[in-house]
Ligand binder design. Structure first.
Ligand code: PMP
Length: 425
């Protein structure tokens, strides 16, 4: 079979290639597969790593003597704040431990900003005539949906290997006061796996903004989710912002959703002390305190930050072979053909693939008809609209290894067939 870039083939060669791919696809379709590469969920095997939690806590009092069964303690248990302050490399007073979802914390922060304004706002955001929010693309679909739903106009900037295009962002925010903030996944970004460098973070922390209350929603969902022994450190955004005189600019989020149980973990928010007070003030009108029993369970389970990292190494053992399989199949089946570019992340939960422009939705459709569920084309862009129809997000964590193999072979076939169709015109 052909090993040359498709655009170098003659019309006849391309016709032959297309026939071959159609035959491969027909065989695939007849196989009656039923596989799913859509969402970045931990597998059952990963969840089993945390089954120890089901027998904890062994007591209901924490080290400070707090009765975790009762009401109270809006900031979360001190012991857990300490552990995750160490993990996130921030001060314990700058962290609160909340409920099970960081996405909920993000929604809380944004609705508080809209209704009440920030510590550095002149008025509630909702009173501004118009609000815009910067979205690095490709990015996390739920971020975009959240700001879209809350009435922000979404402004895209390109994501790069060292983080979002900070020069483009600096230019946008310099004289447009309607731009109130930006999304950011600093480490092992969803879906590219890219890591924001300290330099890019420093630019974002220090750039002049027309809005005095510009926020960086710094979602460090994958801070310790390393796929290799290289344990990349996240840029230190809180210190950088404080040092630049913009201490209230970043709001950091994290959670144990992909550390312990995705549906029953603990979420964290970190920010300047004033901003923590601000957040807790409004938190306290809707809650008398978080689930401290679950927090204590997590303290006992981890012990300390080292315990978290040791636990993450077990996840890595399960995840790394699946990511390696994705790379192997993409390289073997697509390498050199000029039909796709893909990321090779060293952490996180996703692989981002750019196929021949104009064919991403066709690939998703072909895959669906062959029994493989892929995340919808364009999902990593605001309003689900990838202007080039080129990007696919693959999530290999949930299926078992053999299913990853079967699904990726199928995806490669769909990418090739869609490319051949397109080039044959
Ligand atoms: N942020 C990012 C970047 C994510 O990829 C995810 C999960 N896919 C979340 C947040 C969700 O976090 P949580 O479970 O804490 O709500």
């Amino acid at each position: 079979s052909n090993t040359r870039p498709l655009h170098e083939l003659s019309a006849d060669e391309l016709a032959v290639f297309r026939k071959e791919q159609q035959a491969a696809y027909d065989t695939l379709k007849a196989g009656g597969l039923k596989l799913d590469l859509t969402r970045g969920k931990p597998s059952a095997e990963q969840l089993d790593l945390s089954n120890g939690l089901l027998d904890l806590p062994t007591t209901y009092r924490d080290a400070a003597g707090t009765d975790t069964r009762n009401y109270g303690g809006l900031y979360g248990l001190t012991g857990l704040r300490q552990i995750f302050a160490d993990v996130l490399r921030v001060e314990p007073e700058q962290v609160i431990a909340g409920g099970n979802s960081s996405l909920t914390l993000m929604k809380d922060v944004l609705t508080d900003l809209l209704l009440f304004g920030a510590v550095d706002s002149t008025r509630p955001w909702v009173q501004e005539e118009k609000r815009r929010f910067i979205c690095p693309v490709p990015g996390y679909d739920r971020h975009f949906l959240l700001t879209e739903t809350l009435g922000f106009e979404l402004v895209t900037v390109p994501m790069r290997e060292d983080g979002p295009d900070a020069d483009a962002i600096a230019q946008l925010v310099a004289d447009d006061p309607t731009i109130k903030g930006m999304w950011m996944v600093p480490t092992y970004a969803n879906p590219t796996g890219d890591v924001c460098s300290q330099e890019v973070a420093a630019k974002l922390a220090s750039m002049p903004t027309a809005a005095p209350d510009f926020k960086i929603l710094w979602d460090n969902a994958y801070a310790v989710h390393h796929l290799t022994p290289q344990e990349t450190k996240s840029a230190d955004i809180l210190s950088l912002a404080a040092a630049s005189g913009n201490p209230h600019r970043p709001v950091m989020f994290a959670s144990t959703s992909k550390i312990t149980f995705a549906g029953a973990g603990v979420a964290f928010l970190a920010a300047s002390k004033e901003q923590i007070e601000w957040f807790v003030k409004y938190l306290g009108v809707g809650s008398i305190g978080p689930d401290k029993v679950n927090q204590l369970r997590h303290i006992e389970f981890f012990g300390d930050a080292e315990g978290v990292l040791a636990h993450m190494a077990k996840h890595r053992e399960i995840l790394a072979p699946k990511f390696a399989e994705v790379q192997r199949i993409l390289s073997e089946q697509l390498g050199g053909l000029g039909v796709a570019k893909w990321t090779d992340p060293i952490g996180g939960y996703f692989v981002s693939v750019d196929v021949v422009p104009g064919t991403a939705s066709r690939v998703v459709q072909l895959a669906k008809e062959a029994g493989i569920a892929l995340t919808g084309a364009g999902a990593a862009f605001p309003h689900g609209n990838d202007p080039d129809d080129t990007n696919l997000r693959l999530a290999p964590s949930f299926p078992v290894l053999e299913e990853v193999t079967a699904a990726m072979e199928a995806v490669a076939t769909c990418i090739l067939l869609a490319a051949a169709e397109k080039l044959a015109g």
